[in-house]
Design a protein around this ligand. Structure first.
Ligand code: DHB
Ligand code: MG
Length: 222
């Protein structure tokens, strides 16, 4: 088996042994594919990890920046207790529509509010909508705006808020000196902002598996 196939097979092994995927999450992946959405959802194992992290932190309010088809949204919504709320932001109209259908089919329409539009421009509406400080924040939208999303995440936090960001490694391009294109400079700025901000403690984990080589960052507001 090639290294790549082994990594995929290891994901499949844990998926089965640890009962990670189920009909609901599989139905979302199927629908996203049928609707022609890019297959850039987080891995199922990471979805369950986000769910566990949100549950461990006792999150009652969750903010997601980057809904895509609602796959990570549903994983996160599952962690909410009765009365919990999740606000999720999606720039693309079609993605927001698919996500709305997936979230409703999964039974979370009452707890999840989708905000359609450019998150960097519309995150300010949250305060007017009664969201003050979130317990858990997941950043997984366009990488160009990660620095702005971090500012917003901190603005919408309290002591103890957990902030997780996807895609901080990008096959190692995050540290390659000559990688000045696309999302890398913005991701580096995001990391540099965190690096110089003593309001948070953070770490980053590199990941391999079904979705290739990438990584996620976890921070907690002091
Ligand atoms: C890609 C992967 C992601 O997880 C994401 O949020 C955006 C893009 C990608 O591989 O292109
Ligand atoms: Mg991502």
């Amino acid at each position: 088996m090639s290294k790549k196939d082994t990594r995929k097979a290891v994901d499949a092994y844990f998926d089965e042994k640890l009962h990670i995927s189920d009909e609901t999450t599989q139905a979302i992946l199927n629908k996203n594919e049928e609707e022609g959405l890019q297959s850039i959802e987080i891995a199922s194992a990471h979805g369950k990890m986000l769910y566990l992290m949100a549950k461990m932190s006792g999150a009652k309010t969750i903010l997601e920046i980057g809904t895509h088809g609602g796959f990570s949204t549903v994983w996160l919504a599952r962690a909410l207790p009765e009365g919990g709320r999740l606000a999720t932001f999606e720039a693309k109209q079609k993605h927001a529509r698919v996500a709305e259908e997936n979230i409703a089919a999964a039974g979370f329409a009452d707890r999840v509010e989708i905000f359609e539009g450019d998150a960097a421009k519309i995150l300010h509406v949250l305060k007017k909508r009664g969201f003050e400080a979130f317990d858990f924040i997941f950043i997984d939208a366009n990488k160009d705006n990660y620095p702005e999303y971090l500012e917003w995440a901190l603005e919408l936090s309290r002591s103890g808020t957990v902030i997780v960001a996807d895609n901080v490694v990008r096959k190692g391009r995050i540290i390659e000196e000559d990688t000045e294109k696309k999302d890398i400079p913005h991701l580096r700025k995001f990391i540099d902002l965190l690096s110089g901000d003593d309001r948070v403690e953070a770490t980053a984990i590199q990941t391999v598996g079904d979705k290739g080589y990438d990584g996620f960052l976890t921070a907690m507001v002091k």
